[in-house]
Design a protein around this ligand. Structure first.
Ligand SMILES: Cc1cc2nc3c(=O)[nH]c(=O)nc-3n(C[C@H](O)[C@H](O)[C@H](O)COP(=O)(O)O)c2cc1C
Length: 185
């Protein structure tokens, strides 16, 4: 048996890449928001759909930079909060209880307690940005927590608190699951 998925919810079937926290900074002020619509486009190239009414979008367009932090299950409330409030209404780092540390190549800060971080510089793809809110950016530095990223891949076994979050809908998330290896014979 199959259920029909309404087209306006079709994205949910393929939406469980890791939820991210997008940080940005302009004129000395930083902001953070949750974003699920973030994908790789090439080895060191990413896309992110960032709504044009968000403060994040304004800061990214002004600075040409942003960072992505990959939060863990322990940060689920902070992620949801940072995606439910706008930085236009106050300091969201304080409201969501998120601590930061400096990035290496961009002004936007990185979020403590996450397991991966990508520092990104916006490409000049204004048509995609205006038409689809689609930002395309080069990754200029990338970092991972060495306790869960080993030999070039995620290994969450034995560290349930460090699993990444995958957005399902509203405040519902999946945690990254077990590793399943295909036969390579
Ligand atoms: C789990 C989650 C994922 C979200 N993903 C996106 C997204 O991919 N793109 C987007 O524009 N907004 C997304 N949002 C909504 C923004 O985070 C929200 O509009 C936020 O308040 C914008 O904050 P700002 O105005 O401080 O930038 C998401 C919200 C949640 C809770």
């Amino acid at each position: 048996m199959r259920v029909q998925v309404p087209l306006e919810k079709a994205y949910r079937l393929i939406n469980h890449g890791p939820a991210t926290l997008v940080t940005s900074k302009a004129d000395g002020r930083a902001n953070v928001m949750a974003a699920a619509w973030v994908s790789p486009l090439d080895s060191a190239l990413v896309s992110a759909v960032i709504s044009n009414d968000s403060l994040t979008r304004e800061f990214i367009e002004r600075s040409g930079e942003f960072a992505l932090s990959l939060p863990t299950v322990g940060l689920v409330d902070a992620v949801y909060r940072s995606g439910s409030l706008s930085g236009r209404d106050g300091d969201k780092f304080a409201a969501a209880g998120l601590a930061t540390f400096p990035a290496s190549k961009v002004a936007a800060p990185l979020i403590e307690g996450c397991v991966g971080w990508l520092e990104c510089r916006l490409r000049d793809e204004s048509r995609a940005r205006e038409k689809y809110d689609l930002l395309i950016a080069d990754v200029v530095a990338a970092w991972a927590d060495a306790t869960v990223y080993r030999d070039g891949q995620w290994r969450f076994e034995g560290q349930p608190d460090k699993r990444t979050l995958h957005h399902v809908s509203k405040g519902v998330f999946l945690a990254s699951g077990e590793v399943v290896e295909a036969s390579t014979d």
